[in-house]
Write a protein that binds this ligand. Structure first.
Ligand code: GLP
Length: 240
């Protein structure tokens, strides 16, 4: 199975072998892969080598470890296109998953200066700040902190944000969200967010800031989203 004369390191060869098995469905999601000891015997390599291959596959999100129990095949990541201006609710429903939210906080305040500029607000204009954990099939996927100008959604109440914020803006307020700009970066998760997302520290997460505008170019919302990097893969089509 492995080529010991190859310049490709053994741990990479084992990693590729296991990866192929996972991708071609030799294991079902949640199934345990053979133990480190078994793999060590099968491949006739050191435990260190096997461990390195597994660690790489865990970091890629194909496997997950459970302390003292074993290593299991992870649920494939969600492939999220970067092209459409869709809501979390729409994204999950289109995949046949059940979206839900947990409200962490809901406040009205004068925003920090960067938010004030991005929302094109005057100095004393207030925003609603909504912080929610977003779930798909009851599993935490992201944390979103949304800032909405109070003047555009003056009577926003708790029950308006229980479901989809976009649906509230479009159906209840009859405003048309037309375009947005997004920025994305990888960061290490903050302690508080790690607990909400049920991930270990330190873990990488994807931080996306989206500024959404109405048809007249008026900013309606800034969202800072922290997505689980082990659950998401962002994809886009590019042309030349
Ligand atoms: C996505 C976007 C957010 C937006 C949210 C609205 O998650 N990244 O910027 O606020 O959708 O989702 P919903 O309408 O389900 O509340």
């Amino acid at each position: 199975m492995l080529d010991k004369q190859s310049p490709i390191p053994m741990y990479v060869q084992i990693e590729d072998y296991l990866k192929n098995q996972i991708l071609q469905g030799d294991f079902v999601i949640g199934e345990a892969i053979p133990s480190e000891r078994e793999l060590t015997d099968t491949f006739d390599v050191s435990r260190m080598t096997v461990r390195q291959s597994i660690t790489n596959l865990v970091n890629e999100g194909l496997l997950y470890r459970e302390k003292g129990r074993g290593t299991y095949v992870a649920t494939p990541k969600i492939e999220q296109p970067l092209s459409g201006l869709t809501s979390f609710t729409e994204d999950m429903l289109s995949r046949g998953m059940k979206p839900s939210n947990k409200l962490i906080s809901f406040e009205k305040m004068i925003p920090e200066i960067d938010i004030m500029h991005e929302l094109q607000l005057a100095k004393d204009e207030e925003v609603f700040v909504v912080k929610r954990i977003r779930y798909a099939d009851d599993k935490p996927m992201a944390i979103e902190r949304s800032y909405l100008p109070v003047k555009l959604v003056p009577n926003l109440e708790l029950n308006d944000i229980e479901g989809s914020l976009y649906s509230f803006i479009e159906k209840d307020k009859r405003l048309i969200i037309s375009h947005a700009s997004q920025r994305m970066e990888a960061v290490l998760v903050k302690k508080e967010d790690a607990e909400f997302l049920q991930i270990f520290m330190p873990s990488a997460v994807l931080l996306i800031e989206r500024i959404s505008y109405l048809t007249n170019d008026v900013p309606i919302e800034i969202v800072r989203s922290t997505y689980r990097a082990d659950r998401y893969k962002f994809i886009s089509e590019i042309r030349r």
